[in-house]
Design a protein around this ligand. Structure first.
Ligand SMILES: [Zn+2]
Length: 448
């Protein structure tokens, strides 16, 4: 009797213990407070202004909008105080947090990029430690799991054409294409199982469904029908103000950058304010993995269910390279657009740049000898009379299959003017390639 009762007692003690050991520990789902419908990825505090009226409209539609800044915007002047450099960046972070909170956006992140004033996207990427910045953007995509990414247009256009803007568009496009890949940045995806595994991040791969761009190019007509357009004159039902006005009020926090303009704006009549702020918000369609039309609504085709990772397919073949091509950022964008399946993205009909008059224009070229025999190449440059082409090695030999970079430098006149600079390569008196660069000279603007 005693033996039986001991066995019974043991089994009673052991059973619940055994059941407890076998029960799997349920993993916590991703933190839903971070889930975004739209993730805006831009370079500087104030960059949100180009789309903020549209973001206000999305918030009225109960969309979750979050924003990532690649830098703190610490370069440039300060109209409010002596703080500059890193300290100015801290001020600008505060300004934009207020600006976004006014719209109703609270989830805002700042990455480690440094504000890099130039028009060269490659310079910004280099200064941001390209791969590190990409890993950070991929992390933000996996953390916020956006349905749609909106970012700056990766391309070279006359306008502000900030290299940092372009770089945020480049990195966002790359992140769109790889954040869903379980083989990329695996430490982000590894689940920590021990208390001291503090470097593993426990994220999940995430494939966004669509990516759209916006641009600060001077000529916005070239983007007509490239994507949806949203009017900003409708009245917000929750705020009882037009969306352009919400955008304008949000902008008023950027005092370190625009104090004089903002103070003047507040004294203007509503009609004047509307004429400055009431333009529609135009987006440029990048790509969609859920169908929908180019100019259709951003959420056309988007349903709540996650979609599987889609490996980006290059669009078009490796080009049969012309023997003379523009290199530098222009050459990079040709490769970028092809490799990310974005050859339909708008680009300038003729490659273009605006620089300060009197500056030295740099034209990076790449000469290729695709033929099976050595070639003697002769390069010539045609520019208007007042433009001085500096001496460069214009005749050289290339072995079969060899290529060579050439930098052409042109001293520009001290006047606001436009011109086309043409470069031609010849071999055995035959033209083997020509490139043209449309150049606008003006005062101010970013260095090349
Ligand atoms: Zn900016």
């Amino acid at each position: 009797m005693k033996i039986v009762s001991t066995a019974l007692l043991l089994s009673l003690l052991v059973m619940p213990l055994t059941a407890q050991v076998l029960r799997p520990t349920p993993a916590l789902p991703p933190d839903n407070r971070l889930k975004a419908d739209i993730l805006l990825v831009v370079a500087h505090p104030d960059d949100e202004t180009g789309v903020s009226a549209y973001l206000a409209k999305l918030l009225d539609q109960h969309k979750r909008v979050e924003v990532v800044y690649l830098t703190h915007g610490e370069a440039g002047h300060n109209n409010m105080g002596p703080e500059r450099g890193i300290s100015l960046g801290a001020v600008r972070e505060t300004e934009v947090r207020h600006a976004l909170a006014t719209l109703g956006i609270d989830n805002v992140w700042f990455l480690d990029g440094r504000d890099t004033p130039s028009q060269n996207v490659l310079q910004s990427l280099a200064n941001w430690n390209n791969g590190q910045a990409l890993e950070e953007v991929v992390r933000m995509v996996r953390l916020t799991r956006p349905e749609v990414i909106i970012t700056w247009l990766p391309g070279f256009f006359i306008g502000e054409n900030h290299g940092d803007h372009q770089a945020s568009g480049v990195l966002s496009t790359e992140a769109f294409d790889i954040a869903g890949d379980p083989a990329i940045f695996p430490a982000q995806l590894a689940a920590a199982t021990k208390v001291n595994e503090t470097w593993l991040e426990g994220l999940q791969p995430w494939q966004p469904k669509k990516i759209y761009y916006f641009s600060d190019a001077e000529n916005q007509d070239q983007f007509k029908d490239s994507g949806p357009t949203y009017i900003t004159t409708e009245i917000s039902p929750t705020r009882n103000l037009p969306y352009w006005r919400l955008a304008m009020d949000s902008f008023s926090f950027h005092m370190t950058q625009y104090r004089g303009y903002i103070e003047g704006l507040s004294k203007k009549k509503p009609e004047e304010q509307k004429s400055e702020w009431g333009d529609p918000v135009g987006l440029i369609f990048g790509k969609s993995l859920v169908g929908g039309s180019r100019t259709g609504d951003v959420f056309e085709g988007v349903t709540p269910a996650p979609i599987p990772f889609a490996r980006a397919l290059p669009s078009g073949e490796e080009p049969d390279h012309a023997s003379l091509e523009l290199a530098g950022p222009w050459g990079f964008y040709d490769v970028f657009r092809r490799e990310h399946g974005l050859t339909q993205l708008p680009k300038a009909a003729v490659p273009e740049i605006a620089i300060n008059h009197g500056q030295i224009l740099q034209i990076p070229l790449l000469v290729r000898n695709n033929s099976a025999a050595p070639q003697t190449i002769t390069l010539s440059v045609t520019a208007p009379q007042a433009w001085t082409v500096q001496d460069f090695t214009s005749t050289f030999s290339l072995a079969a299959g060899e290529s060579s970079p050439v930098l052409v430098q042109v001293t520009t006149p001290d006047a606001d003017t436009n011109a086309d600079v043409k470069c031609r390569a010849e071999s055995s008196h035959q033209t083997i390639g020509e490139v043209e660069l449309h150049v606008k000279l003006r005062s101010g603007g970013l260095p090349q």
